[in-house]
Design a protein around this ligand. Sequence first.
Ligand code: SF4
Length: 381
Amino acid sequence: MKYLEEFGDPALAGRLLEQIRATTTRPWAIMEVCGGQTHSLIRHGIDQLLPAGVEMIHGPGCPVCVTPLEIIDRALEIASRPGVIFCSFGDMLRVPGSGRDLFQVKSTGADVRVVYSPLDALTIARRNPEREVVFFGIGFETTAPANAMTVYQARRQGIRNFSLLVSHVLVPPAIAAIMESPTCRVQAFLAAGHVCSVMGTGQYPDLVRRYRVPIVVTGFEPLDLLEGIRRTVAQLEAGRHELDNAYPRAVPAEGNPAAVAMLREVFAVTDRSWRGIGMIPASGWRLADAYQDLDAELRFAVSDVHTAESTECRSGEVLQGLIKPHECAAFGGRCTPRTPLGATMVSAEGACAAYYRYRRLSPPTTSRPAWDATAPRTAHV
Ligand code: SF4
């Protein structure tokens, strides 16, 4: 398939790995920001093929994982109300709130529907004028333009029974928060290519300068990831810190101006809580003042629903790269994709789910030197 098969070529992958091995002289810790990149790294075993000192830290870029528990509880509260049709992408239905999930609410008779686009929810609202239709709008800069367009269309078409439950978060403030954490181990970032395809690369030079950290815009296929890692290691070894775009086939420097204009029209920047991380200033979007009558949180008065995170789940440490999923005591025992304790196990992009699915069930058991530039990692068992 065009743009997939040629970016998974094993011979080219081997050559890139050789170049990474030849360049690497000491250990480096690189964070891939996006959960899609995490899954691709684990699925293809790329992290195990890297020189042993090159560590990939799995960042907070899974939208389901970072959606705070209290937002899930607010969604459950709204979905339970009589007369509501609650619409969501399918991956949110299994995410546990503090007591139940949207599937369980649906099983008690609530009208919860899986849709494939927020515009589907708008169509449902048009066809059911006597009902309140809510779309659960979560995610990063990638999903936000379609949600913004839907709100814009609802206003234009005068559809008053539609509203959006908003929980959008932004990548650059998360990178800043990670770099300012006293426990930060990250020395370079692979930036998420799809986010940059919307927003462009203009937000990153300031982060590069401020934190003296290389940022390489990277795609999702095996060769994309290896090329991103190769360029990152080259910068680290040379003592450089620059913004580099290793995904130019999808990311123009200016991003998608039409999408950015729509985002600026409908959303305003706000402080947001990130699951497991906490409040990050100016790290998300809310509906702009002109569209607040379409905000489901205000329409259903659920802003006072607050929930404490589980003390057993260590997803916050996973999302900050402080532990690997199999270092959590609950991993694979009390917490599996069938019985998830936290969002990083339930989400298809979550690091815990990736480690479970691809059988990284325990940390490596073989003893080996802490640093060996020539050898690939030992496979986890
Ligand atoms: S394995 Fe489960 S309990 Fe542990 S951090 Fe991951 S989601 Fe949380």
